[in-house]
Design a protein around this ligand. Structure first.
Ligand SMILES: *[C@@H]1O[C@H](CO)[C@@H](O)[C@H](O)[C@H]1NC(C)=O
Ligand SMILES: *[C@@H]1O[C@H](CO)[C@@H](O)[C@H](O)[C@H]1NC(C)=O
Length: 346
């Protein structure tokens, strides 16, 4: 669903208000002076610049996040969690701000899906390998960074298209998210305000192609459409949806076709600061707000326990997670990973 501009404005002023209230509250709250050095280093690492008077507020948010991360990791070290958290570029954002800024997945809209959209049928007989990792086969470009723009959907889509293109041609070409951001309004994508990978494929299909990253580089904000039909870098002719919630079908799709676009619930603080290990969502995946790319999975048992996971590529730079990737527990539809999966075909 689209967020009307008025809502965005309202949200911004609500945010400013919370900021004021919070800033007032924290002005009197003493900051931990022993963290001064770490705070400065963190700001310079992530090139943070604040408005006059904002620094104390950001510091307070950062300290709170740091405490939460340390607490989680103390628990992880005694076996209470299967994954670790780490400070990253999102350290000065409240969880609310994080969700407003980065997670640009806009789910189902009724109506037109086009005639070239089909539903994958789960096969009862297909056997799949225990382990798939398309990164090792050359299907996957390096981890990218969406920056301060809700364009995850475009990165998820280019990831799947890059895999498809490699499969067809043996050439790995980085494809243009900016092309999708600027040009797929008609498919009801909203640039930095969100979109969905399926509708991005719909654009590539209707448009007859997409440009490369090199010819149409990323800006991180919406601009005029500058698609150049003389420089088609990849194409698709149909879109395949994975039946909702069906991880077996998703596994078959990944094994058979390559990287698959997924939508998931990434709203938690744990997701915001995920660092390593096998992630479990603190809640069920009912709200899909982020798009990523499944590039493989592992099916294994250790000591009678399932250690299955999906390998997910994100678009939050290599600072987040395992060099930009997440291992997500597989078998209980964590974060709703199988609730909105699709891929392009040619
Ligand atoms: C739809 O799919 C068919 C068969 O795969 C293909 O020939 C046709 O070009 C596709 N339509 C578009 C608009 O790409
Ligand atoms: C993405 O958009 C398409 C077309 O509007 C829709 O059919 C699909 O359900 C959406 N995906 C998700 C996961 O909501």
């Amino acid at each position: 669903m689209r967020i009307p501009r008025a809502m965005t404005l309202l949200r911004t002023s609500v945010m400013a208000l919370t900021w004021l209230v919070f800033a007032r509250k924290t002005l009197s709250a003493p900051l931990d002076p022993t963290l001064e050095r770490i705070w400065r280093d963190w700001k310079s690492t992530h090139v943070k610049k604040y408005l006059e008077g904002e620094d104390a507020f950001r510091r307070a948010v950062w300290e709170e996040n740091l405490q939460m991360i340390e607490q989680h990791n103390r628990e992880a070290s005694v076996g209470k969690h299967t994954y670790w958290l780490g400070m990253n570029q999102f350290g000065d954002l409240t969880n609310e701000e994080f969700n407003q800024r980065l997670n640009g997945f806009r789910p189902h809209l009724a109506g037109q899906d086009g005639s070239n959209v089909t539903w994958l049928q789960e096969s009862a007989t297909m056997t799949v390998p225990k382990q798939v990792d398309w990164r090792t086969k050359g299907y996957v470009t390096p981890v990218k960074d969406q920056g301060n723009c809700g364009s995850c959907w475009a990165f998820s889509a280019t990831g799947a298209l890059e895999g498809l293109h490699f499969k067809r041609t043996g050439k790995l070409v980085s494809l243009s998210e900016q092309n999708l951001i600027d040009c797929s309004d008609k498919q009801r994508n909203y640039g930095c305000e969100g979109g969905n990978a399926s509708r991005a494929f719909g654009y590539v299909l209707a448009n007859g192609g997409i440009n490369s990253e090199r010819s149409y580089p990323y800006k991180g904000k919406k601009g005029e459409c500058r698609y150049n039909p003389a420089q088609v870098a990849a194409k698709c002719t149909s879109i395949e949806n994975v039946p909702k919630g069906n991880e077996r079908a998703l596994e078959q799709a990944v094994a058979k076709f390559g990287p698959v676009s997924v939508a998931l619930d990434s709203r938690s603080k744990q997701f915001q600061f995920y660092k390593s290990g096998i992630f479990y969502s603190p809640w069920g995946g009912d709200v899909l707000n982020h798009a990523m790319l499944v590039v493989g999975y592992i099916t294994s048992r250790k000591g009678g326990k399932s250690k299955d996971y999906w390998i997910l590529k994100n678009s939050w730079s290599q600072n987040w997670g395992e060099k930009g990737y997440m291992r997500l527990a597989k078998g209980s539809n964590q974060c709703g990973v199988a609730n909105g999966a699709c891929y392009p075909t040619l």
